[in-house]
Design a protein around this ligand. Sequence first.
Ligand code: COA
Length: 192
Amino acid sequence: MLLQGSFFSLPFRSPLRLRPPITHHHLPRKFSFAAVSSSASYAISDQELESRGFIFRRTIDDLNLDHLNSVFVAVGFPKRDTDKIKVALEHTDSLLWVEYEKTKRPVAFARATGDGVFNAIIWDVVVDPNFQGIGLGKAVIERVVEELLQKGITNIALYSEPRVLGFYRPLGFISDPEGIRGMVYSRKNKRK
Ligand SMILES: CC(C)(COP(=O)(O)OP(=O)(O)OC[C@H]1O[C@@H](n2cnc3c(N)ncnc32)[C@H](O)[C@@H]1OP(=O)(O)O)[C@@H](O)C(=O)NCCC(=O)NCCS
């Protein structure tokens, strides 16, 4: 999910399966809420990913924001001001990105904001189209969710485009739990 203006045990599929970019709309459509257990058993271990040249990073120190922005754009998010992305990331509680060792560029990303105790929302979940379908999206979400759970945060929400609901469901997210619907106030939604 994109902030405007502004989560098993399966084998790693190898070799890398590259697939063409998918066009994505950036508008939030559905709220999903996490109902995950706190066992940190990941589909792919950090070591397994590392052996394939993917390194997890948890700070923005070595993150080239222009490169990150180009991943956002490559998946169909609108290009955003890099300075604003920097501010957004500085106000982010949990952040995880995957660096591809060969190019030093970010190929997967997700972050979460929240109140640090009860609630968190996951934003900007992206995987470079050239690296989609090899488990990076799942790897990133699993780890962001685990980090939040470790902090005691158990109410984890995100927006999902309809076409991505099937990605989030196996990761523990459910839509409209007990009939609760997400509502969004957005200037562009306002009636003229
Ligand atoms: C959605 C996205 C993050 C998924 O990342 P990914 O690295 O391609 O996904 P993974 O390879 O980790 O897939 C994990 C599992 O989810 C499944 N999956 C991936 N995308 C899916 C989709 N759109 N719908 C249903 N299932 C999906 C995979 O088949 C895989 O299933 P398996 O574990 O049974 O093998 C990535 O496609 C992306 O960046 N899309 C564009 C941006 C976007 O839409 N972000 C979400 C905004 S709401």
